[in-house]
Write a protein that binds this ligand. Structure first.
Ligand code: SAM
Length: 263
């Protein structure tokens, strides 16, 4: 699902690059912070943090060796930004090492999100900030919402997968998790970008690259179901022609909270 960095960039990285600066701004990082990027993928968020503050230092961790290698290769902040293979559920880092931890489009993919947040809290110092964002699959991430609606219309099996992809993706779910983890000053907000496609192919071909839940689902389909899904999507997007450029809104729910000074 997350194994080919070039394909991820084409499918989703181009949108996470647009969202990353918005999450950095929302997180309200203090200048010169040591930051953990949880699920750093191909590096969008780590690079956005380092690009905004020349004193910031960022450690990115991600279980995908391929993504970590790709991010390291693109790293133009060597010395201040590092990437390593790791799992948010078991960070293996000292307590209180970071001033802040940020995470973009990751928490819904972590099998045990409570364990992960507990770990992230452990490695963030008292008073430090933890912020994350997840696509609003339920409504506001149209590119994926339309995809799953079309998939369910042509393949009833798709319903189960689409539900799984939607963990923590509705208003209030992330802030409930943050409060449950004992974080304070918790605030949740929607952040929005536009996903602009040059043509229908620019939209559809991304799913054929096998990345993320939707891509992994698409490449597993039998040829005739894939054709039916393609046709259903075209119908739902209501394009006059396949060559027509179009734009869809994409929203995340973003949350931030602080590690209390007392346990
Ligand atoms: C949609 S990508 C987001 C990547 C990047 N943050 C971005 O915004 O482009 C989801 C990422 O979560 C990572 N991931 C999945 N399970 C994880 C875990 N247990 N701990 C940390 N990262 C995880 C995946 O490897 C993948 O890179």
């Amino acid at each position: 699902m997350f194994g080919n960095a070039e394909s991820y960039e084409r499918f989703m990285g181009r949108w996470s690059r647009l969202m990353a600066p918005k999450l950095v701004e929302f997180s309200g990082l203090a200048a010169g912070s040591r930051v953990l990027d949880v699920g750093s993928g191909t590096g969008s968020l780590a690079f956005a943090v380092a690009g905004r503050d020349e004193r910031a230092q960022v450690d990115g961790i991600d279980p995908s060796k391929e993504y970590v290698a790709f991010a390291a290769q693109r790293n133009r902040f060597a010395g201040r930004v590092r990437f390593q293979v790791g799992d948010a559920q078991n960070l293996g880092m000292p307590d209180g090492r970071f001033d802040a931890a940020l995470s973009l489009l990751v928490f819904n993919f972590i099998p045990d999100e409570r364990k992960a947040l507990h770990e992230v809290r452990r490695v963030t110092r008292p008073g430090g900030r933890i912020a994350a964002a997840v696509w609003d699959y339920g409504e506001g991430m149209r590119m994926l919402r339309i995809f799953w609606e079309a998939a369910v219309a042509v393949d009833p099996e798709a319903g189960r997968l689409s539900e799984k992809a939607m963990k923590l993706c509705r208003q209030g779910e992330l802030s409930a998790l943050w409060k449950q983890a004992g974080l304070v000053n918790v605030r949740e907000e929607p952040l929005e970008i536009a996903t602009r496609f040059e043509s229908f192919a620019d939209y559809w071909d991304g799913f054929l690259l096998g990345q993320g839940t939707a891509g992994a689902y698409t490449v597993r389909l039998k040829h005739e179901t894939q054709v039916a899904l393609r046709n259903e999507l075209k119908k739902r997007l209501q394009l006059r022609s396949e060559a027509e450029p179009f734009s869809l809104p994409a929203r995340v729910w973003a949350v931030r909270g602080d590690v209390p000074f007392t346990a």
